[in-house]
Design a protein around this ligand. Sequence first.
Ligand SMILES: Nc1nc2c(c(=O)[nH]1)N[C@H]1C(S)=C(S)[C@@H](COP(=O)(O)O)O[C@H]1N2
Ligand SMILES: [Mo]
Length: 336
Amino acid sequence: MIIKLPPKSACKESDVTPQSVYLSRRRLLGSTAVGVAVGALPGWAAADGGQYPGVSSGNTPAWLREKLARTHWDAVTAKGEAVTPFKDATNYNNFYEFGTEKSDPGQNAGSLKTEPWTVVVDGEVNKPNRYSLEDFMKPYLLEERIYRLRCVEAWSMVIPWVGFPISSLLRQVEPTSRAKFIRFETLLDPKAMPGQQSGFALINWPYVEGLRLDEAMNPLAILAVGMYGRELANQNGAPLRLVVPWKYGFKSIKSIVRISLVEQQPKNTWQAIAPGEYGFYANVNPQVDHPRWTQARERRLPSGLFSPNVRETQMFNGYSDEVASLYSGMDLRVDY
Ligand SMILES: Nc1nc2c(c(=O)[nH]1)N[C@H]1C(S)=C(S)[C@@H](COP(=O)(O)O)O[C@H]1N2
Ligand SMILES: [Mo]
């Protein structure tokens, strides 16, 4: 992955939405369920899609709209940190299926058809199944998780996701005693995803990611179906993506169609491309530099050319209390 300077059009820091403002807007959104007209909401809070430049999500299906309205807001937050503007979260993306420039996914992901969507759960489980997304989601209450997202390229955002813990899914499908890892696969559809036509030939499509089973069981690890109180934008991995906030962003695989419980550690996409630079664990760690750049600091977006918004990177992206015990006894320089 390549570090690029933000374009001149990048927003100013003053455009950042303070969390208090985001939260009060979001409460308004929650109240749509009890009759506030959608037209009374701030533009970005309306859950019907299509009104943001570069946001190419489809029409929110009714079942998802209903589920979103019943979200448990504020389940976890990045306290005191500003939420990244929606505009940045949806126009500065990594989603190589739609091109390698940060603006490509926002411009190209409209070709992704997210309804109907099928999710397969297979491998070492007592209850393998093939679901429509609606059935897949049925048992779970959605929660809002406001998390830091730290890309291995040394930029970061704060994004309010809506989703549910993977542990809830695992309890439903019952991994067998042989299951040691969970493997995720993105949709393979070169017609809808131009990047898969060979544009970035280094990747052996589809994109694959994985977690150790105990990592997947950690309460912070979620499957997201929404962001900013609405459905996921296509460029952010609609209609279903992984979010593991203590790991570099490439672990958070987008547009998932297959979830497999497996015995062997899966080979994830970036590890397969450059094993000396990207590992399986990919825990955010300011003490272990990327071979080509430091991981001690990050640019928190939006970050202007003349007023770079640079922060110290935190161990496990600030989630040590919740996850450090998963790695006790491991040498994180070896298992990077
Ligand atoms: N299928 C797929 N998932 C992916 C990627 C990708 O190229 N393809 N990029 C990853 C990287 S490198 C990052 S930083 C995050 C970015 O998520 P965002 O665009 O929603 O901020 O998605 C991750 N998930
Ligand atoms: Mo990334």
